[in-house]
Design a protein around this ligand. Structure first.
Ligand code: GLU
Length: 302
């Protein structure tokens, strides 16, 4: 299969999809990006990496960071975390407060903001510095020691993150937040503000398609990685998980920075990036590209 040829074709064909939707503006820093960029990278389990477009341009990984914090928490904590967060799609916006009250402070899943705040809180308890732990992990797994937080985005999130603050205090009221809220929020904003390229992301996520095997030993057991991929499939793409499963057929996690990480278990990890988001909050160009790539390669978990 000529994967490089497929990626080149997809980049060439992707101009229309690239104009669809709008860049996220509720975090003002995200608006400063050049929205006409598109990148894609495929990291094969066999070792080769294919790339096309703006695949080495850094972007804000935002909620894609939640896959990695969840992986680290699962690695350190086993099943303990699941007493504090569920594993069901939410059917409400990723930053909604409503469900949290109805369900007595137990977030629906670890990828909506309330759930991710619980994961970050747990990781803070387990590691003392969740942000440092995450950054070290991403640098190791991608073999890129330059990965770091985009301070402008982190400050922008902090200045406007009132809803996340509300969620964190609300969780505290249900005794589902252990560390002081400002500490958890700071760690959460900084993890979301990490800047990475498609190449970095596809490489760093390699353990997800290799049964938990990272660059330097096991990150998760094969059983844990199967479960993490299941949560990505059912909860990783906001309220569009059904449509994603239908069109792409892979575990994916997207972020409001326009990135999407996709896993083809046993074969490869894919990262795409296009800043304009559809109404569902997923990158328009990214979804179109993944749908084309999976249709042309036959990559699917179904
Ligand atoms: N930092 C963003 C927020 O908390 C992440 C949202 C996302 O990418 O889904 O609102």
């Amino acid at each position: 299969m000529n994967i490089q040829g497929l990626l080149d074709d997809i980049v060439t064909e992707n101009n229309a999809a690239l104009q669809e939707g709008a860049v996220a503006d509720y975090i003002p820093g995200l608006e400063t990006v050049d929205a006409d960029q598109f990148g894609i990278a495929v990291a094969m389990n066999s070792g080769e990496t294919y790339r096309a477009g703006h695949s080495s341009t850094n972007f804000s990984i935002q909620s894609i960071s939640k896959v990695f914090t969840l992986a680290l928490a699962m690695a350190l904590d086993g099943d303990e975390l699941w007493t504090r967060v569920s594993r069901e799609p939410s059917g409400t916006p990723f930053n909604s407060l409503v469900q949290l009250e109805q369900e007595h402070g137990i977030p629906r899943n670890p990828f909506i903001n309330s759930g991710a705040l619980v994961v970050t809180d747990r990781l803070l308890t387990l590691t003392a510095d969740s942000q440092e732990c995450l950054q070290t992990f991403l640098r190791q797994q991608s073999s890129n020691p330059l990965i770091q937080v985009d301070e402008m985005i982190a400050a922008s999130e902090k200045a406007t993150g009132h809803r996340n603050a509300s969620l964190a205090y609300f969780l505290t009221s249900y005794n589902n937040m252990v560390n002081p809220v400002p500490r958890v929020l700071n760690a959460y904003f900084r993890q979301c503000a990490i800047a990475m390229s498609c190449e970095d992301l596809a490489t760093a996520g390699g353990f997800l398609s290799r049964g938990g095997r990272g660059v330097d030993g096991s990150v998760l057991t094969a059983d844990q990685v199967r479960r993490l991929n299941a949560v990505m499939l059912t909860c990783g793409t906001y309220d569009a998980a059904g449509d994603f499963a239908y069109r792409v057929g892979l575990p994916c996690k997207s972020g409001v920075g326009g990135g999407i990480l996709a896993v083809v278990p046993g074969i490869c990890t894919i990262a795409v990036w296009g800043p304009r988001l559809s109404k569902s909050g997923n990158s328009s160009a990214g979804v179109t590209a993944l749908a084309k790539l999976t249709a042309r390669t036959g990559w699917s978990i179904f």
